[in-house]
Write a protein that binds this ligand. Sequence first.
Ligand code: ADP
Ligand code: ZN
Ligand code: ZN
Length: 814
Amino acid sequence: MSNFINVVLPIPLQKLFTYSVTEAEAEFLKPGMRVAVEFGKSKVYTALVYEIHQNPPIAYEAKDIHQILDDKPVVNELQLKHWEWLSNYYMCSLGEVFRAALPSAFLLESESIIQLVLGEKDETELTDDEFLIYEALQHQPELTVNKVVEILGKKTVFPVLKQLIEKEIIVIKEQIYEQYKPKLVKYVRLNASFDNETKLPELLEELSRAKKQRDAVLTYFQLKAQKKPIKATDLIEKANVSTAVIKSLVDKEIFEFYYIQTDRVDFNVKKSVIKKLTEYQNTAYSEIKSSFENKHVTLLKGITSSGKTEIYAKLIQEALEKGKQVLYLLPEIALTTQIIQRLQLYFGEYLSVYHSKYTVNERVEVWNNTLHNKKKARLILGARSSLFLPFSNLDLIIVDEEHEPSYKQYNPSPRYHARDASIVLAGFHKAKVLLGSATPSIETSYNAKQNKYGYVELNRRFNNVLLPEIELVNIKEKYRKKRMKGHFSDRLIKMIEETLEEKEQVILFQNRRGYSPVVECETCGVSPQCPNCDVSLTYHNYKKELQCHYCGHKQAMLHNCGACGSPTLNTKGFGTEQIEEELEHLFPEANIGRMDLDTTRGKYGYQKIIGKFQAQEIDILVGTQMLSKGLDFSNVTLVGVMNADNMLNFPDFRAYERSYQLMVQVAGRAGRVKKRGRVAIQTFNPYHQILQQVSTNNYEAMFKEQLDERWQYKYPPFYRLIKLTLRHKDFNRVETAANWLGKSMTNSFKQNVLGPTTPSISKIRNYYIRTIILKIPQENSLGKTKNHLKKILNSFQAITDFRSVKVGVDVDNY
Ligand code: ADP
Ligand code: ZN
Ligand code: ZN
């Protein structure tokens, strides 16, 4: 009797592939172990064993496997079940899920590129084969796995590489990911010219009239005796002075600030017990508990700063006490370091953080700790990809800011929604899910109203601080009456002045980066376009550059119009850069900071800005939607929205819902702990229903109105959507292909097919784009519809002319 295994290959292949194994191998192998196999023209992949059986494949001769890579499964059965669901629901292959799920270090293949890890290595620890690779990497910075095959003169190189990865001698290069930006801590030191005990009297003399500053310097010398770097926060605490005192010493060039990277998880942090819940929080907590008794999912709608995180903490504690695992999902890890810090204080020894920006080794470590249900991976804090970890004992999943669109993966496939996929995952584990938000998505609220999810409300801020007062500023009027300076109304200017006078801080929100999104010739009306995409180039004043925000194309700013040659190029519209520039003129005394993709890209850029703002070295922070995400600054009392209209005019059925969420969330950054904050929203259309709803904090009205619209125009939650995106470099080909596909879909699905349409950006990176949307009414079977659509797609791909057209399938598209 021959033995076979079916494996999942990390490629978009619809079927599992069968390989032949020996009887001993069949005995040894279990589903969830990795094997190295050859596929296609002598390419080697890491594949995952799915099942072991005795049935030879019919259509082809089964090849032998190269080797077995694990002695125990690295993927468990619940995961395989979840992946299967993901692949069915989101219409992709199991292989694509496999590829997305495993850290790339687990997925060696012929094309993988390996690199040396920097640092001291003990060469005597290496086997001969390992040494050969190590040696080769001394002479060239990187090697492909294929090259390693040549060097070792044998095909079975994966086990050797695996050893080297485990010994942390090599890593697999990842082009797609940037490295995780570690958390930075601010330290203080004396300027080099004073850093000498003999200079102390001189220094104290100089500061004789600034008592506080003197105290700070004296305390500094006391702390210095401990021969450890001195944290700015420690100095402030020990010397009992304010941040401003230290800051003036920095201004006098006596002190200087510097930053040191701390470990991603600092287990030495002072542990603290979770906070005692307030009466209102306690009620919400009890309601959640009783809701969990008969509902597997519960929505906690708690206004901004009501202390949702503290309630999560209590639930987490209970799960951990039972020895169970907890997954805490966050929309964007890099933007939520504050939450990580808070939870670290409570659960340091249980906590691991997981997301794609961590290095390969870090991710492998968390994976293995989860797989073995280790204590330090009982509470996983992660972005959407942490859903794929090998949990075996989940008790609770928290989806924080459940309304955030970044929970949906766009590219590559699987295009899953982490909130929805986590609900299914919890089902397999018989775990509970808590969805939290101040501005829940329409879909989630609807599910709660339908009694599908439990529902709990928390309508009071901690400390009973009132929600900020929101003022709509009619800038149409202001322009007419000439009361605008640049993009600032006299009202907003006044409010900023008042805030600065109180030594409080301001956040200004403008949802566009760069200086201006369009440059236009006043003579002929032509705008410079991206050569690769169908968009206007954005002007970046700082670099005097035109940039495409879709493909990254950059060119120097033109002096003359490319079309007519006139020197009459002018900017239209505005982004964060322009606001920053205007602020510098309007408030020359204030320190101004900017937080957008351009200023946070550099190493540690994001942490630095947040750190500076927190330390009150920045008075006014201008930024994009990054600002709306879970930040908690205690001294911000004014939030300004520069222009609400472009959000509202975005061509998408969710635009109103999103504008509402974005504005309420940004507004929620004002006046969080001490006193009531103020918000000014500048708009040409203050009577717009969404702005009225934002200013009266009327979520219910927004919900009801949007739900009616969704019903009327056949959108979720009443209809499900599947969006197909067709792309090709040849305009005619994509056009013909889209027409063919649109027609066959219409034959089957009639009026529920929209398109093909040309999206508002019809070409990106030289690929022409067409989209088709399929709307699926609730009463139709989703499974049957998808199967039918799959058949149509198969016939489509069978047409030779269309084979090169890329088709992306996005279920529940965002
Ligand atoms: P949310 O997540 O709902 O926006 P947070 O959990 O961030 O609110 O709470 C807002 C602020 O109030 C935080 O600084 C938090 O530490 C504080 N806070 C909330 N609840 C309590 C409590 N029960 N005891 C002490 N401080 C609390
Ligand atoms: Zn011109
Ligand atoms: Zn472009």
